[in-house]
Design a protein around this ligand. Sequence first.
Ligand code: AMP
Ligand code: ZN
Length: 480
Amino acid sequence: MEERVALRLYNTLTCRVEEFIPGGEKKDKIEDYPPVTIYSCGPTVYSYAHIGNFRTFLFNDLLRRYLKFRGFRLNHAMNITDIDDKTIAGARNEKISLRNFTGRFTGIFFENLKMLNAEDVEHVPRATESVDSMIDILTRLHEKGFIYTKEGSLYFSIEKFHAYGKLCRLDRSGIKTGLRYDTDEYEKDDVRDFALWKAEDDPDVSWDTPFGRGRPGWHIECSAMIRKIFRGTIDMHTGGVDLIFPHHENEIAQSEAAYGDKFVRHWVHVEHLLVDGAKMSKSKGNFYVLADLLEKGYSPRSIRYLLISAHYKKQMNFTLTGLEQAGQALARIDNFTARLKDRFSSPEDCKELRECIEVFYKNFTDSVDDDINISMGIGAFFDFIHAVNSLIDGDRLSAKDAAGVMDVLRDIDRVFGFIFFPGETKSSLDEKEIERLVNERNSAKEKKNFTEADTIRDSLLKEGIILEDTKSGTRWKLKK
Ligand code: AMP
Ligand code: ZN
């Protein structure tokens, strides 16, 4: 039977939900596709990333995990913006080198991502290590007449690139010829030529090029890193919606003008995390960084759950109550996994369970294939938990069935990354050791050696493990 390739994603470029076709050519089987080439705009490392930024980064993580779950192979890059107006200003402010300054925030960023259980991507290019590719773009643009120079800086003449504005649907009549912006960021209602290369002679933040000494504008950095890694058209480019203009519009202009081929097939943009109706941002001061929330006692696991649980195209209002509800949802999942460790006595495997599992997989993939509708996917997961709980209540599961459900959880957690959360345990004990101690305590209890039983219980508690004695045996779970 032919396997259908069913993943559909909204494409900002066409304003439509489209079938996602890596390489641009439809194949019968997912494994026949070339590895999916994805580029995600990474953090500007001038400060701590806030959890609005992490909404976008965790969406990237969810997307890559789901693509792998569906059988695609991946070639995913996320850059580090380690030179731009903000990083230079930050380093100068602290009177330290740009490298030292950005190195600190890069390290913290990756620690945060790890804590949130995001997977490593295949490439992590740094802008400062990609200047050779920037020079290649500048040389080509210069030869083709897209560049002009003013006071030692190089600007892209947007009126020469007729497709300028295709991503953000710009009214080209609003384009102001010959007016320029030197800053990396500006508003769409005042569209101007943008700086590709800025005159600069501070040795800490500048390079010699055939066009004079200087440093890159922000936009050329991503175009250069994409070219350096992928060489040609890429399948997918992701970022937050604030990057559509001017950043991504300018990336398209430079790359397509320089190389002639299509830059990106599929543009995916994540909506903002809001606080009281406004975008969470550094400039507004209305942000939380991960450490703020950990200090308040929230777990990285709840933060991951909350940030990925809403559809990426919907704005999401951040509240601490939302985070508490995420914790409650996770507690339901934990109670379920704890229950699966009980003793199951049914001698026969349960047919209905097989049906439940099939229905769950179908509902889950149907939902998430539909433009990564993860909220529906999570809904299908809780329906599954509910259905299996009913089977357990009716003593319908065999030990093999329970192990099978555990396998489903492990499988689906390749996408969620919040069911079995690394680092969540404060214990140095592994599962086998915990189970050995639980059994030892049970035999002590059977022998009425309650002092020994209590000692074992207390020592497990010190390791962050809580025991619950139920009619079907002793369950253990991790303390929050
Ligand atoms: P930056 O470090 O400022 O370059 O931003 C890193 C990523 O976070 C970019 O993809 C931004 O579009 C995204 N971003 C910034 N603010 C928010 C927010 N409030 N909600 C979601 N994503 C955001
Ligand atoms: Zn970028």
